[in-house]
Design a protein around this ligand. Structure first.
Ligand code: PMP
Length: 321
């Protein structure tokens, strides 16, 4: 979906015009991929914006920056404030929020230390990511493949950091999947175990046990993954974070993706092998009911997942999602 422009973008503490958020072509990030970023969703609760797990996203952004030795002059709270200020000013929600830290214009060589750190927060309208349509078919699973591309090997590009450069690998996974007629690809790690989708964590259910790959299998520590683990605990579903052999994807009773964009998306086939009879299984359904209930504001937010954004009455801009 094309980006729908909003009014302002937060840059180093100030709201600037969308069209002024520009970088020079010789910026470090353009040449060497030196960026870390977040993808955050802001929902509509009682007609007001509510940001999902804002603090956890802000913290992961700063964690990613730390790995890459980027000195960011903002705290977690200040990043959360930047997100709320941007959403409040632009008056566009539900929306996607994109905090982004890049190494800007300064040095031509690979040494990153002499290029300035630029911090941005943008927001824009965005709807469903994977799948075919709207809410009515949320419970229809997607068809995926195992990618021929391996996720980054340990000690190459750190998977725990959400860095722009990791998404070159994601693009290879995504392009291959699309060109072969699948919605998404699941990459294996360097040891051949299940890692993650191009932009999602993967869960499977077998014999009533919910399983997801450990952080050591080159996965991003997904915030939706964490939310599902919290829900599973509350619902009394047994959980294992352990390495998953590829063939488990074919033998699982249920398989699903989690992610900010994908939210909780059931998978109905892997490499053309059906998961169950192709319908969504009972544990996935239970988790989806809770998850979507909370994010839509229909079930109580007992985990404190939402940061409300104070907005003046009637400030909402029309969006075409
Ligand atoms: N893995 C990758 C590679 C991702 O890009 C994402 C999306 N940020 C995820 C997993 C899921 O993470 P989250 O639930 O925090 O969006």
């Amino acid at each position: 979906m094309a980006i729908q422009q909003t009014d302002k973008i937060w840059h180093n503490g100030k709201l600037i015009d969308w069209d002024d958020a520009k970088l020079h072509i010789m910026s470090h990030v353009v040449n060497y991929g030196s960026s870390v970023f977040e993808g955050v969703r802001c929902y509509s609760h009682d007609d007001s914006p509510a940001i999902f797990r804002a603090r956890e996203h802000a913290q992961r952004l700063l964690d990613s920056a730390k790995v890459y030795r980027m000195e960011v002059p903002y705290s977690t709270d200040e990043i959360v404030q930047a997100m709320t200020d941007t959403v409040a000013h632009n008056g566009v929600w539900p929306c996607y929020i994109r905090p982004l830290i890049v190494r800007g214009y300064g040095e031509a060589g690979v040494n990153p230390f002499n290029s300035p750190i630029e911090v941005y927060v943008a927001n824009y309208a965005w709807g469903k990511y994977l799948g075919h349509g709207d809410d009515s078919d949320r419970y229809t699973g997607v068809d995926v493949c195992v990618s021929s591309w391996t996720r980054m090997a340990p000690n190459t590009l750190p998977a725990m950091a959400k860095a722009g450069a990791n998404y070159m690998n994601s693009q290879l996974i995504k392009m291959e999947a699309i060109l072969n007629g699948y919605v998404e690809g699941i990459a294996l790690d360097a040891n051949g175990y299940v890692s993650e989708g191009s932009g999602e964590n993967v869960f499977i259910v077998r014999h009533g046990i919910l399983q997801t790959a450990p952080l050591g299998s080159s996965v991003l520590p997904g915030i939706t993954r964490d939310s599902v683990l919290m829900l599973a605990k509350e619902l009394g579903i047994p959980v294992v974070e352990g390495i998953i052999p590829r063939e488990m994807l074919y033998l699982a009773d249920e398989v699903f993706f989690t992610g900010t964009a994908a939210e909780l998306t059931p998978i109905r086939s892997v490499d053309k092998i059906a998961v169950r009879d192709g319908s969504v299984g009972p544990i996935t359904t239970m988790l989806m009911d809770e998850f979507y209930g909370i994010i839509r504001g229909k079930k109580r937010d007992r985990f404190g997942w939402f940061t409300p954004v104070p907005v003046p009455a009637k400030s909402k801009q029309p969006v075409g999602v």
